[in-house]
Design a protein around this ligand. Structure first.
Ligand SMILES: [Zn+2]
Length: 185
């Protein structure tokens, strides 16, 4: 099992009723057929999601209609390709990851799509991952939506954790985002 797949399995399934009430408004096709496709072939009704509309405003439909997703096995979870602005997704994660995590990750990546369209540099190697302005903006937006899903600080803290981040980076990120750091971690 490679690292990407291990990473893709890291999150537990925990879905309360409030989460479900929001998630049932969208539809996600988790079966990848082709290596690249339109975002809207896989992710339906996202143009009606408040957290998405607050990113793109009146351009929401236009942006989502023109957005492409690339399915790439060699990456962790998902990210935005900083050369063409496509969302890259690990198909194993899409198929087997926690649905709530996938939804929140999409919100996060859509912020990066907006940043890409604004000509911002997504990967600024002068800064550590958790200190990049583009990352903090994406995480802030995601944490706001996580709170609306009814997630507790502990759940959000766990959501923020990946094997790809050190313990110190994880705690630091949580602090920056005003997420209460778990005593147990
Ligand atoms: Zn990011």
């Amino acid at each position: 099992m490679n690292d990407a797949i291990r990473c893709a399995n890291r999150k537990p399934d925990t879905q309360g009723e409030r989460t479900w009430n929001r998630l049932r408004k969208v539809r996600i096709n988790r079966d990848v057929q082709v290596p690249t496709d339109r975002f809207t072939e896989y992710f339906k009704e996202f143009d009606n999601v408040e957290a998405v509309r607050s990113i793109f405003g009146e351009e929401t439909e236009k942006v989502l209609d023109g957005l492409r997703v690339d399915f790439v096995s060699g990456i962790d979870y998902m990210r935005v390709n900083d050369s063409d602005g496509d969302i890259m997704i690990n198909p194993h994660y899409l198929k087997h990851g926690d649905l709530r995590d996938i939804y929140l990750d999409l919100i996060h990546e859509l912020v990066h799509v907006k940043q890409f369209r604004e000509g911002k540099k997504l990967v600024d190697r002068r800064f550590d991952y958790t200190d990049r302005v583009t990352e903090i903006e994406a995480y802030r937006h995601t944490v706001e939506e996580a709170r609306k899903l009814g997630m507790t600080d502990e759940e959000i803290f766990q959501y923020l954790k990946t094997e790809c981040m050190s313990k110190e980076e994880h705690r630091r990120l949580a602090e920056i985002l005003n997420v209460r750091v778990s005593k147990h971690s």
